[in-house]
Design a protein around this ligand. Sequence first.
Ligand SMILES: [Mn+2]
Length: 440
Amino acid sequence: MIDQRIFSRRRDLFLDQLDGKAAVIPAASLVTHHEDCDYPFRQNSDFWYLTGFDEPDAVALFLSHRPEGERFVLFVLPKEPGIEVWNGFRWGIEGAMNRFGAEIAHPLEELPNLIGTYLKGAEGISFRVGRHPKVEPLVLNFWAEQLDKMQRSGSAPKSLEAPCPILHQLRLRKEMCELERMREAARISAEAHELARQMVRPGMNERQIQAVIEQHFLAQGARGPAYNSIVAGGDNACVLHYTSNNSSLCDGDLLLIDAGCSLFDYYNGDITRTFPVNGCFTGEQYALYEVVLAAQEAAIESVLPGENAEIVHLKAVRVLVEGLVELGLLQGNVDSLIEQGAYEHLYMHRTGHWLGLDVHDVGAYRLGEYPVELEPGMVLTVEPGLYVSDRIPVPDGQPAIHDRWKGIGIRIEDDVVVGEIKPEILTAKAMKSVDEMQRK
Ligand SMILES: [Mn+2]
């Protein structure tokens, strides 16, 4: 787990950059699944990043305008044995201070009364509007009152700004301890993919494979799946967010699995592998698999300092389009096919995303006109694919697709750290070579 000193250092960095402003960062709330039942609790990643506190409804204040010793204030659900006997342990006020380093802590119900006292004197307020319906009116009312009084008081917060640019810039570059946790999430996720591939046989249901994968996550001490696992046989793999996972696996089809675990401190793995259900590629499957694998390997090679996510994407697209032209699934000049997007009926998504506390992690891909340069310690997924189905019409001028190609969906995804000299593939323990994907 991440040491408390790490959270404390992050708070110092955040407070430094707030520069006279006050930030209000709320925790997540429980979400109702159906009457009387909640979804498993999932902490807000910004709140977690700064506090390591895993309870719902708390609110953290970061007060860079206040003297030392009064800059990190937590409002938490108080200890209440009568409620804890139903819903479990709470750290309460004492725990918030002694265990989580809050300099001051209060019961949550005092937030409406006290928020003004703490925010007063701040030059601006840093708060994400539109996301926290219970806390937002408190922040806005305070600001409105201060503005009303400003003529006489002479001061009021001058701006309301989003905390995201500061926080997400910090979160984009992973610390050593974060990379350690991501290696662990990747290890468990990769092992689960290996287990799944070894046991798949024609006639099994997709759910049985999902169970094997998710059982391994839990048995290895992960919190659970990082996102809804995709276990998609045959044509189901051409539905990018297929999660019903309830079809029978057919002899002769491919199986695409996109699954990764989330650890208790919310670091995530995100892996996709595709292989034949019966252990043997058909000619068409083999040909397309080789193209996707070549595209993925070429793209991973460019996960280096100074490159950017756009370059990684274009590397993959070029290899995919070249391969598709060679196979007769596209026709024309490679450069103009890329320029026109004439491949998008076969490859309709981007090649990757940042990975961290959120699976689609925060951090800008572009700043204005310019793509963000990759730096050591950034982590992104590299996940090209090809999806051959009737869902998207073939664009004018491109060849009709013969039935023998249809129902093939392939994606190969690894989690990659931008390395000084070469990329570090966190998920390398999940096999992907053509030979490894086949059963002898
Ligand atoms: Mn992904």
